[in-house]
Design a protein around this ligand. Structure first.
Ligand code: URA
Ligand code: CA
Length: 433
C-alpha cells in the first residue's frame, strides 16, 4: 500500500477500506507516514467526508493505536458520560454521585486540560486532601465498593488521536464532523465504557455554535458508538449561556453540593436529571426513562446522592466536611457585584466570553503550564429572560485580585439588556438514539 494512492482515492471521493484506514493510522503512530501526507489526507476528508463505515473503522483504528482500559472486573454495566464542553458545566460533579446512589457504577478517568475553568480533577482538588493518584487496583476496588471513583489519565490512550488532533489544529482541519466524531469516540471507547451518554452542547459557548451542526455531530457520534458495539445516545443541550450559576472550581463544587441537596439551579438540575436518567436506563437499573428519573429524584430527596458524594470524597482522601460546611472550600479575598447600568430583561449572556472572564480571574488555564486559582470565578445572579432593575447585581465576581476593571469591562460587553421581555432559552434541544 502506498500512502499517496490512498490520499488520491479520498481526494477523488472514494471510500477507504478498513485495511487502508488501519495502514494509515498504524503508519502515522509509528512515524512511517509523515505529517505532510496525513495533512493532505485530512484536508481531503474535510472536503469529501467519510461514510458511516469509514468513521467506525477510523475510530477503532485509533482505539487500537494505544492502551485500552479493561473495566471487566467492575460489576455491572459501566456507563460513561461525555460533554463536548461548555462554560460552568458542573454536570459531571453532580452526575457521578447521583447515579452512583442508584447503583450505576461510575469509573471515571478524567483530565485537567485547558479551558475557562479547570477540568473535573481540578474542581475536585478544591476539596482539601482529595487526590486522583490511585492505582488501578484501588480504582476498581473503590468503584465496586462505592460505585464511584475518579482516576487521573494515565497510560498511553489513543496516541494516534493525540497526534492527529494536534496536526489538524495547525492545518485548518479540526472542523470536520467525521474527524471530530471519531476523535471523541476513540477516547471514550479506549477508556472502557460499555455504554456512553453524550451531552452535545450547542450555542455561543459550545464547540458547535449552531443547532444543525450540533445535531449532525451528535448523530455521527451515536452511529459510531452503536456500530462498534457500545450503546450510545446523545442529548443536545443549550450552551448559549453558562449552565447553572457558578463558573469556577470551588464555586462549582459548592454548586454541585447544592444540586445534590435539591437546592441547585433549575437548568443544571434538569440537565443532570435528563442525562442521569439515560445513564440509569442504559445501565439496566430501570425499565423506562420515567422510572430512572424517579429513582434519581428520590436519591436527591432522601439524601443518598449527597451521602454518595461524601463517601466518594473521603475514599480518595478528601475532606468530606465541606459538604455540610462549604465555607471550608477555598474562598476568594474579594467579592464584587456587577451592577446593571439600566433596567430591562437580560437578553444575551455570551457564554464563551463569560468563560473567558472567569479565566482572566485565574479560574482556568490559558496554557498547559498556567496555575489555577481554585477559589476564584463568577456566580451569576441573573440568567437570560430574567427581569433586571438598574443597580441590581447581574453577577458576583470572586477574585484574588483587588482590581478587576478589565474583567468587568469584558463582562459588560457580553451581557445585554433589552426593554422587551425575552424568553429563557430552551435547555434540551433534542435527543438522538
Ligand atoms: N474534541 C476532541 O477531542 N477532538 C476533536 O476533534 C474536537 C474536539
Ligand atoms: Ca455551573
Amino acid at each position: 500500500m502506498r500512502m499517496v494512492d490512498l490520499i488520491e482515492k479520498k481526494r477523488d471521493g472514494f471510500e477507504l477500506s478498513a485495511a487502508e484506514i488501519d495502514f494509515i493510522i498504524k503508519g502515522y503512530t509509528d512515524n512511517s507516514i509523515p505529517d505532510y501526507q496525513i495533512s493532505a489526507l485530512t484536508m481531503a476528508i474535510y472536503f469529501k467526508g467519510m461514510s458511516e463505515r469509514e468513521r467506525a473503522d477510523l475510530t477503532m483504528a485509533m482505539v487500537k493505536s494505544g492502551d485500552q482500559i479493561d473495566l471487566a472486573r467492575i460489576e455491572g454495566i459501566k456507563v460513561d458520560k461525555h460533554s463536548t464542553g461548555g462554560v460552568g458545566d458542573t454536570t459531571t460533579l453532580v452526575l457521578g454521585p447521583l447515579v452512583a446512589a442508584v447503583g450505576v457504577p461510575v469509573a471515571k478517568m478524567s483530565g485537567r486540560g485547558l479551558g475557562h475553568t479547570g477540568g473535573t480533577i481540578d474542581k475536585l482538588e478544591a476539596v482539601k486532601g482529595f487526590h486522583v493518584e490511585i492505582d488501578n487496583e484501588q480504582f476498581i476496588h473503590l468503584v465496586n465498593k462505592n460505585k464511584l471513583a475518579v482516576i487521573g489519565q494515565s497510560g498511553n490512550l489513543t496516541p494516534a488521536d493525540k497526534k492527529l488532533y494536534a496536526l489538524r489544529d495547525v492545518t485548518a482541519t479540526v472542523d470536520s464532523i467525521p474527524l471530530i466524531a471519531s476523535s471523541i469516540m476513540s477516547k471514550k471507547i479506549a477508556a472502557g465504557a460499555d455504554a456512553i451518554v453524550l451531552d452535545v452542547k450547542t450555542g455561543a459557548g459550545a464547540f458547535m455554535k449552531t443547532l444543525e451542526d450540533s445535531r449532525e455531530l451528535a448523530k455521527a457520534m451515536v452511529r459510531i458508538g452503536n456500530n462498534v458495539g457500545r450503546r450510545t445516545m446523545a442529548v443536545i443541550s443549550d450552551m448559549s449561556q453558562p449552565l447553572g450559576y457558578a463558573i469556577g472550581n470551588a464555586l462549582e463544587v459548592q454548586e454541585a453540593i447544592d444540586t445534590l441537596k435539591g437546592q441547585g439551579p433549575e437548568d443544571l438540575t434538569e440537565l443532570c436529571l435528563t442525562l442521569g436518567s439515560h445513564m440509569v436506563y442504559l445501565a439496566g437499573k430501570a425499565n423506562t426513562l420515567e422510572e430512572a428519573r424517579n429513582l434519581l429524584e428520590k436519591a436527591i430527596q432522601d439524601g443518598s446522592a449527597l451521602e454518595a458524594f461524601r463517601v466518594f470524597l473521603s475514599s480518595q482522601g478528601g475532606d468530606a466536611s465541606i459538604v455540610d460546611d462549604p465555607a471550608r472550600l477555598p474562598q476568594a479575598k474579594y467579592k464584587y457585584e456587577l451592577e446593571a447600568k439600566e433596567s430591562g430583561y437580560l437578553s444575551e449572556m455570551v457564554a464563551d466570553e463569560i468563560g473567558t472572564a472567569a479565566m482572566l480571574l485565574g479560574a482556568g488555564r490559558a496554557t498547559k503550564d498556567s496555575q489555577i486559582d481554585l477559589a476564584v470565578g463568577l456566580v451569576l445572579r441573573k440568567k437570560i429572560g430574567d427581569k433586571v432593575e438598574k443597580g441590581e447585581s447581574l453577577l458576583t465576581i470572586h477574585s484574588n485580585f483587588e482590581n478587576v476593571d478589565h474583567v468587568k469591562e469584558l463582562l459588560y460587553k457580553n451581557l445585554k439588556l433589552t426593554k422587551n421581555q425575552v424568553n429563557a432559552p430552551t435547555l434540551v434541544h433534542g435527543e438522538i438514539t
